[in-house]
Design a protein around this ligand. Structure first.
Ligand SMILES: [Zn+2]
Length: 272
């Protein structure tokens, strides 16, 4: 699943190709994404206009045009790319074409992504309840500590909750908990302030590192400018159940928290 670094990488990859260019067509071959694509509305807003800015909120891309925004989410398996030719691949559901023949193409095999339109992103139902950006100024150990008091949910679910902080998916949650030495199943309300400071630092460090490298190793990801989206980030626990811990040689254990596969080192990640 594309996580925050992949979305940020996509933003950086596509913006120079599409900003301030006149949009000549909006083609939807498959409108049934997670929510039906409002094709007519988006077409009427985009045709003969251009995108003046692209920003990211959590894992949502906001493409601004005349003070309104196209909201794009990549879902479980979506990707945006600058298409070099007219050859369509299976699952290439949407094209936005520009005056210079550049095409921004959306591919999404599992169709959990979205293309929606809003004139006020702050109050849009997908965006209004989102917590702070992990790479922004209002995210800190103190924020996590305050939000977590009296919460019994596992710490891993807590940091993956987008109302608490956006964009911390399974990979980064697993890896940050390893780096901070906290078991994923530990109750959020019992984690100390000191540990939260460390955890917040690790979340930021891992996301930054991954953005620098252009995203993690994700089969489905294609970065915006057609560079390979496969970057070998050394994952310490994610996807390594049954293998040896790189730090202490213990066997990495797997467990399910909620619906998600989790992994941890029983030695490096104590129950506090
Ligand atoms: Zn270990």
């Amino acid at each position: 699943m594309p996580e925050l670094p992949e979305v940020e990488t996509t933003l950086r990859g596509i913006e120079s190709y599409i900003l301030n260019k006149k949009i000549t067509s909006f083609i939807v071959r498959e409108a049934s994404l997670r929510w039906a694509v409002p094709t007519k509305l988006i077409k009427s807003k985009l045709l003969n206009n251009s995108f003046s800015n692209i920003t990211r909120r959590g894992k949502y891309l906001l493409l601004e045009s005349r003070n309104e925004n196209l909201i794009i989410h990549l879902g479980m398996s979506g990707s945006l790319r600058i298409a070099e030719n007219r050859d369509l691949k299976k699952h290439d559901h949407i094209d936005i074409c520009f005056e210079d023949d550049t095409t921004l193409r959306y591919c999404d095999p599992r169709r959990f992504g979205c293309f929606l339109w809003t004139d006020n992103p702050e109050f849009h139902f997908l965006l209004k309840d989102l917590g702070p950006e992990p790479l922004g100024n209002s995210f800190s150990g103190e924020h996590l500590f305050k939000q977590s008091r009296k919460r019994k949910m596992p710490i891993k679910n807590f940091i993956m909750n987008s109302k608490i902080v956006v964009g911390v998916g399974n990979i980064y949650a697993s890896e940050a908990l390893f780096a901070a030495g906290i078991r994923p199943s530990y109750k959020a309300g019992r984690v100390t302030r000191k540990k939260y400071d460390l955890l917040a630092q690790e979340i930021v460090r891992l996301l930054r590192k991954s953005i620098e490298q252009g995203g993690t190793t994700l089969r489905d990801f294609v970065s915006g400018n057609n560079q390979p989206g496969y970057f070998k980030q050394s994952l310490m626990v994610y996807g390594r159940e049954g293998e040896e811990c790189y730090i202490c040689d213990s066997t990495i254990k797997g467990l399910r928290i909620g619906q998600r596969a989790s992994a941890y080192c029983p030695t490096c990640q104590v129950s506090l």
